[in-house]
Design a protein around this ligand. Sequence first.
Ligand code: KIV
Ligand code: ZN
Length: 519
Amino acid sequence: MSTSANSNKERVFIFDTTLRDGEQSPGATMTLEEKLQVADALDEMGVDIIEAGFPIASVGDFEAVVAVAKQVKNATVAGLARAISADIDRAGEAVRHAKKGRIHTFVSTSPIHLAHQMKKTEDEVIEIIARTVTQARNLIDDVEWSGMDATRTPIDFLKRCVETAIKAGATTINLPDTVGYAVPEEHFRMFKSIIEGVPDADKAIFSVHCHDDLGLAVANSLAGVAAGARQIECTINGLGERAGNAALEEVVMALRTRGDAMPFYTEVESTHLARASKIVSAASNFPVQYNKAIVGKNAFAHESGIHQDGMLKNAETYEIMTPASVGIKETTLVMGKHSGRAAFKDKLKELGYELGDNAFQEAFVRFKDLADRKKHVYDADIVALVDDEVGSVGDRIRLVDMEVVSKTGGVHKCNLVVTIDGAEKAVSYEGTGSVDAIFNAIKAASEQDPHLVLYAVDGVTGGTDAQASAHVRLEMNGRIASGNAAEPDTLVASARAYLNALNRVMIERGAAAQGALAG
Ligand code: KIV
Ligand code: ZN
């Protein structure tokens, strides 16, 4: 918020690319429903620009950018485009539905990209920049130009590129550390030299876009800001290709907590960070590491005796920000099996969910079922249950019934009933253990044979009656998808997570692969 405390500070714009660079991460593919949920959370949180996708990539990507553009109330919605005429037209077509739209076009600038990927000379790249930025500006007033692999580009050529982009009408200049190679001082120098050395640099906003291959994405982003950049490109939970992008929650909280050392502020409402992290983790099916800064389960846990002693005497002894400032609430006991629809609806609202009638009805049935089986139902249980529900909308293959017979040193067998496109199918299959038997039974029923990349189980809350949260990542025909499910029974959670991943891996990026299923 721009309060009086910010009056002597300069504003930094937050450009979130969770739905584009984040979603590009193998296995993080989101459904349209999930993208809209994430966009909603970002918009409510006060993010300035939401990069909603890469419209030319597929019909599904295009439709997702259009849907986000139509839904978002406050933020600018950006669509990515290569320096290709058709890409720019497609991005323009998608973002014109937004109240405020932006075309974000990029081209490689580093010698290694020019020589091996683009096979272009520097002069040819300059011509491409002038032509494509002009084309984008003829479609829309808000155009961002990125020089891909900028941090490995000779500074004089980078200056020529930036000058050309500004002359052609780019309003934002982004200099990405595409391969996560920069170190903070060098990053600072690059921005300073460009901002001070390029004519008309003040006509554009400069932007940082850092990848975390060396764990320096946030440090580099802040160094860029110190040198004059006023936009940070980042993702929730640091989601993104390879080691990911700069984490939005980290840059926002670093600027907020250390305003004394860095005179900048953002308009992001930090109390929304924890919820946004949960929504993105559920939508992308990428668990958040326990010790992740700001939003990890342990980020505010004080286990050691000395720390606990200090905390009890004065929280500031070991706490530089409060859990409440990032939206972490005390785990509360919510309701039991006698709670009715109205109470459940109120609780959902408090947790930030507004479900349509059908989704509410399904969530309520699952809540009642959970409350019958689990004595204490916590906020975290409700969040897991609803995120699960949203994540499985549109699944073609669904669990109906499952029985697992398991004996120490003996047979492990799963009798499974699923529906495939509504038609019921029953199979029995054995495995080397219960989970193996379940996964084999699902493969037999679906007549699919994906490769299991990851299987992990975690507790949603503490206690032996806690719901199990299962994560599965599958690879099939060159596609990777992840699935999530929470259930009191670990085996059922595992089966549902596997099915969730299988449903996703059978979906082409954006468009359903027809006829992929037997049944
Ligand atoms: O990392 C990168 O260079 C990018 C560009 C497309 C902006 O994501
Ligand atoms: Zn990137």
